[in-house]
Design a protein around this ligand. Structure first.
Ligand SMILES: [Zn+2]
Length: 160
């Protein structure tokens, strides 16, 4: 019944952990993967493949766009980065491995992290899954919570 989900650390992965996770999947900790994870782990960032490609180019890490795309997918499949939908439905990537939700502003594209709410002593997603299973008798997949909203208009500018 339990899904084979691995426990994830509450912080970005260390090099040894990354190497181990990739090795188990028969993957190398290649230079593009080091560059991408290095950039993403400097702080919690939410970037698209194209945004990441441009940012890396700007600081002299010349990976091709297709290399960035490909390796982000690999890292997401390995659970080393999280993939979620941005404002226009484009995939965004996040180095924060801990379970959390995102609120996305459809107008500015701004993304805000939200810690997991708990309901009746369990994370919202498990609560929701079990609730719907009880209601319907169906076996429900892991719920994906998608939130959009607008930030309080506190800032004068700074958003393109
Ligand atoms: Zn995030």
């Amino acid at each position: 019944m339990a899904t084979g989900e691995s426990r994830q650390p509450e912080r970005p992965w260390g090099p040894a952990e990354v190497r181990e996770v990739l090795r188990k999947r028969g993957l190398r900790y290649s230079r593009p993967r080091r560059v991408i994870l290095g950039y993403l782990s400097e702080q919690d960032r939410h970037v698209s493949a194209e945004g990441l490609y441009l940012a890396l180019r700007q600081r002299g890490d010349d990976l091709s766009l297709s290399t960035v795309y490909l390796n982000l997918r690999v890292l997401a499949e390995a659970g080393l980065v999280r993939e979620f939908d941005g404002a226009n439905g484009e995939a965004l990537y996040d180095s924060n491995p801990s379970e959390h939700y995102h609120v996305v502003c459809p107008e500015t594209g701004e993304v805000r992290d939200v810690t997991l709410p708990w309901v009746n002593g369990q994370p919202l997603a498990s609560f929701l899954k079990e609730y719907v299973e009880r209601e319907t008798g169906w076996e429900i997949d892991e719920p994906h919570v998608s939130l959009t909203g607008r930030a309080p208009a506190a800032r004068a500018d700074g958003v393109d």
